[in-house]
Write a protein that binds this ligand. Structure first.
Ligand code: PLP
Length: 394
């Protein structure tokens, strides 16, 4: 037996595991100090009442022979795929139900999708970015090329005709930078991908935070995207499903090459390795799209956006450079006093007991930056901001 040697190429610890380890060590050494966490992008508000109601009903369904459900369809129940299709239609995107695949969350599908692509594909990933894209490719033995996301390009790299790529990852609104592509910018990516016969893996996990109409909620709002893009979305941040687990992936039938269909390959892959998302969870997810569900979910998103504003106001007050926070739950800030990301992490933890995420953990261009999230409770956010102000005010 031999282990997969590609694991030598990835960082020893997953970023958030490293953050958790350092915080646990600090808490153990300082049991009297209350640590405030604005680090990992986990939500704090409970599931919406409409979702809870649907989950309860679905549990009852499982108690009666007439409504009990065993294995479900690999691609998800039609009732949920129809709700997702209707939601896309409300954003001007027409999808067939067979183009929608329900998943247990975007992270798994973002990693698993690589099964359908050849090992020798050239992969292009923005730097900094959500670490899953890089690690999953390195684990599979692929080489990864990076495109620089910097303050100069607004952390939104654009296509470069001199760069060769087969698989392109885009994440908008972006984790960690909070930057989001306009439809016009995405059109350039779609045209680039179509010209090259490349695929865009478009991560729209934070789509629900978009309030500016010029920004894309879905890459399929851009003409030509159905022949070059796969879109990943999630109920995690939209509706607080981080622990409940549900998401969906859209693979249009138009995404074909040399007689192969991405949609058919993915269906075949899922039928082999995946047995679907629990019926109960899918019922809860469908409730997100009812009129009452949408109303409740939008209230939760507004709550997180208020937190983002509290953090942004603090940065303004301290004269700290930052992006994000308006169409995104993340504030991406430049570490004050020229500190490096992990230095600022330790400084904040030791002196204010506030936890954020070091930008360097998202890529080399993240060095010197730091991410704070708006997913904490309002109380935690206010307390954390108060401590940061006290620490950094000159
Ligand atoms: N994509 C991005 C950009 C994320 O930040 C996250 C979670 O933080 C995910 C995907 C994972 O979402 P899920 O909880 O659906 O697996």
């Amino acid at each position: 037996m031999n282990f997969n040697k590609n694991f030598n190429d990835i960082a020893e610890n997953y970023l958030f595991a490293e953050v958790a380890e350092r915080v646990a060590a600090y808490a153990k050494a300082n049991p009297d100090k209350k640590v405030l966490k604005l680090g990992i992008g986990d939500v704090t508000l409970p599931l919406a009442p409409e979702v809870i109601k649907a989950l309860h009903c679905a549990v009852d369904d499982m108690s009666k022979a007439e409504t009990f459900k065993g294995y479900g369809p690999y691609e998800g129940y039609e009732f949920l795929r129809q709700s997702i299709a209707d939601y896309y239609l409300s954003n001007g995107v027409n999808l067939q139900l067979s183009e929608i695949f329900v998943s247990d969350g975007a992270k798994s599908d973002l990693g698993n999708i690589l099964d359908i692509f050849s090992k020798d594909n050239k992969v292009l990933v923005p730097d900094p970015v959500y670490p899953v894209y890089v690690d999953t490719n390195l684990m599979a033995g692929r080489k990864v090329a990076y495109m620089d996301a910097t303050a100069e390009n607004g952390f939104l790299p654009m296509p470069d005709e001199n760069t060769d790529a087969d698989i392109i990852y885009l994440c908008s609104p972006n984790n960690p930078t909070g930057a989001a592509y306009t439809k016009a910018q995405l059109k350039q990516w779609v045209d680039y991908a179509n010209r090259r016969g490349a695929v865009i893996l478009y991560d729209a996990a934070y789509e629900c935070f978009i309030s500016d109409d010029n920004l894309a909620r879905s890459i399929y709002q851009v003409e030509g995207a159905k022949s070059c893009a796969i879109e990943f979305c999630s109920f995690s941040k939209t509706a607080g499903f981080t622990g409940t687990r549900c998401g969906y992936t859209v693979i249009p039938h138009g995404l074909e090459k040399d007689g192969f269909s991405a949609n058919r390959h993915w269906f075949r892959r899922q039928a082999t390795k995946f047995n679907g998302v629990p019926y109960i969870v899918q019922k809860g997810a469908a409730a997100v799209f009812t009129a009452q569900g949408q109303k409740e979910i939008l209230q939760n998103i507004a709550y997180y956006k208020r937190n983002a504003k509290i953090i942004a106001d603090c940065m303004d007050k301290l004269n700290i450079w930052y992006t994000g926070g308006t169409n995104s739950p993340y504030i991406w800030l430049k570490c004050p006093n020229g500190l490096k990301s992990w230095e600022f992490f330790d400084f904040l933890l030791n002196n204010a007991q506030v936890v954020g995420t070091p930008g360097a953990g998202f890529g080399k261009n993240g060095e010197g930056y730091f991410r704070l999230t708006a997913f904490g409770s309002e109380e935690t956010t206010e307390q954390a901001v108060h401590r940061i102000e006290k620490l950094l005010v000159r």
